[in-house]
Each structure stands twice: as C-alpha cells, then as structure tokens.
Design a protein. Sequence first.
Length: 248
Amino acid sequence: MIEERVIKRGVPVLLTRPVEVAALFAASLRASFGDRVSPVIAPMVETVDHPAEIDWSAVSGIIVTSQSGSGRLGKLGMPKGLSCYCVGERTAAVAMEQGAVVKVVAPDADRLVNEVMDAAPAGPLLYLRGEPSRVPIAARLSEAGLDVTDVVVYAQRDVPLSPKGRVVLDKERPVILPVFSPLSGQRLARLAPVRAPVTLVAISEAAADPARALGVATEIIARNPDGPSMVRAVGDALAMLEPSPPPD
C-alpha cells in the first residue's frame, strides 16, 4: 500500500481514485511540474478482484475500458496475441504489456462503441468490465449486430476519505481536485462542506456536474477526456493559483 502523504511545498492536488491509478497520475504530475505540486493520495474507492472463469478458446477479442481491467489480463489467463479494443492510452499500454494486440484506442466509452462498430471485428468479443459501470458497452454493440458479451472481473467499493485527505479540504489553502468520472464526482459531492478554495479539474462536463455540489472556486474542463489532457489541465490550474512574478 502506498502511503498517503501531504507534501508541504507546492499546491496540494487531492487524488481520490484507487491507489494504483492515483499513484501513476501523481507521478505524471511530479514529472511535469516538480515541486509546484503536492499530490495527496487519499482514495475514496478501492478496487477488488471479482471471481471470473473465462473460456478463452471461445474468445476472438477483448474490450477493456480501464487500467484496472487491462492490468488483470495476465491473472485471468488471457492468451498472448488476442485483439484488444481499449479506452485510454494507459489502458492500451498495460494491455500490450500483458500480451494483447491493441486494435483501437478511444478517448472514452461512447467513442469506443462507435469505433468498434466501424471496425466490425469478427466475434465473439468479451468485454472485461468493472462493477459498477456507466456505459452498457456489450448491450450497445450487441444491438448493432456484433457478438459481444461481458463479464465482471473487478469491483469498486467506496471507502471514507482518510483524515489526511480531509485535512487538505478543511484548510483555507487552495487545492486542486481532479475528477475523472461522474461516479467520482458524486463521491466528491458527499464531502461538502469544505473550507478550502477548490479548483475543480474535470475530465468532462459530465464528471464536473455532480462535483459542483462540493462548492468550487474555479473549474477547468480538460480539452480531451484522457490522462495527458488532465495533466495539462492541472498545469492550467497551477498557472491560475500561483502568484505572478514581480515586475522587473
């Protein structure tokens, strides 16, 4: 388990995603902004395995929409060389590390549905998903005539925000709060009221909307619904929050 830390220098960035993905995003922030940011990993959700037995001989391709899904491919016994259709560059990179051959990388689940329909791969396809899930990918592709079924391979369970995370929100110091999904936005809304001036950095309007109930001083919507755009959006937030240099 990665310890939650509050780093005194830099603008606090509160990361409430599962610890594995939060740690990767924190590393991206540090690589981009150094000591200008102080990532605080305080998950409000944990990811656990869901028992699943898969007959891989009956599968010609897979769909994964998260790093939590692609990171379990080896554990699930996926044969190397299987075609894979992904949401997100990081999901795709992990799938390739597990031996999958990535055919499509889409920025979000809705776009993935359209791109898989355009590709019209020969089935059967298996969508390896988490619980809960927002977009009924298997159902939509099946309605379009593709041979797609789904199986739950992990589940996400809500956990309370840690005391260290709460401290960040209860101080009067500005904090950057990234939100990556509508479900994450709903979890954040339950933390209201907070004292800290919050700059919300959202991956989409749909993710930002429920989080606004938290009370935000400023918000930024990422230009594209992906990790690199979220890193850039945090940079935009930093530019607004950091003091301007004195004139020459």
